[in-house]
Design a protein around this ligand. Structure first.
Ligand SMILES: [Zn+2]
Length: 296
């Protein structure tokens, strides 16, 4: 049977309140909206539901990151100039918040966050080209914000804690990708911006989930038809930092072909030939599987 239920704003408000979101909450949301089910009015309705629940004393912060490109920029990539209104690849909620009349966007050329609410200017105005790409997450941790990840994809894609901020706090360092974007600077000129933060391979981040659960730093909730996780960004940052101080490699994924985890960090312990060897094996395996399918 096809599910024809359309979730209304009032029903979504009920879900958000049941999850534990309150008037005045500082809330970071990462959502796969399609996992919620059909929403009457789409992403705008969900955005309004969140803003109704947190009220004027609350603040909503959404990742509204934009693409970057290999340097030197090609002629086509050079024309994609990052501005305050550049559309985001981060999905329907990100692009809905960008249309909100009270939306404030961070001035970072790539890791752009977007916010509506009481602390929107305080959080966004300080996030500039000179800031670490994930500085906002660190501040949200200190402010006691909550993070709501909606849908399996959002839960598993980048973890539900504050590991990017922990990597920044602990000063882990990696070889930066040679990527960037042209952006419109405050003085009105177009400048080239190069990736300036140490982004982790997010496939390793879900390893922290059992630690958060044990500490009571997250809870499993439902938003519409989606499974979702609500976590306390202060507690998860503390847990991430504590674990990574004891075991700096804990956030690395287990894929022997992952160059990012095996080679790129100052504390990576893999070597180039081993990663190449495993990559070759995985290419051969995938070719054998393709061949087996072809002859069947
Ligand atoms: Zn990895």
């Amino acid at each position: 049977m096809t599910n024809t239920h359309e979730w209304t704003k009032d029903e979504l408000i009920r879900c958000l309140k049941d999850a534990g979101i309150r008037n005045g909450t500082i809330l970071n949301v990462r959502a796969s909206l399609k996992s919620i089910g059909r929403i009457k009015g789409g992403a705008d309705t969900f955005l309004k539901a969140i803003l109704d629940v947190i009220g004027p004393e609350g603040t909503l912060i959404v990742n509204s990151f934009i693409n970057c490109y290999p340097i030197p920029l090609s002629e086509t990539d050079a024309k994609n100039i990052s501005t305050e209104v550049s559309p985001s690849y981060a999905g329907a909620l990100a692009n809905a918040i960008l249309k909100h009349p009270d939306c404030v966007r961070s001035k970072h050329p790539i890791q752009k966050f977007a916010a509506v609410g009481k602390l929107a200017h305080e959080l966004m105005d300080n996030h500039t080209p000179d800031s670490d790409g994930y500085a906002v997450f660190e501040r949200l941790g200190h402010m006691g914000a909550l993070k709501l990840c909606i849908g399996r994809e959002a839960i598993e894609m980048a973890g539900v804690g504050n590991t990017h901020a922990a990597i920044k706090v602990l000063g882990f360092f990696k070889k930066k990708p040679n990527r960037g974007v042209n952006y419109l600077a405050e003085d009105g000129t177009v400048k080239l911006f190069k990736v300036n933060w140490n982004g982790g391979c997010s496939r390793g981040f879900p390893k922290f989930h059992p630690l958060y659960e044990k500490a009571g730093a997250l809870k499993h909730v439902r938003i519409g038809e989606a499974e979702a996780v609500l976590s306390d960004m202060k507690r998860t940052l503390e847990i991430d930092c504590e674990k990574l101080k004891a075991d700096p490699s804990f956030f690395f994924c287990d894929d022997p072909t992952c160059k990012d985890c095996r080679l790129n960090w100052e504390h990576s312990t893999g070597n180039y030939l081993t990663v190449k060897f495993h990559s070759l094996i995985s290419i051969i395996k995938s070719k054998i599987v393709t061949h087996a399918y072809t002859i069947n």
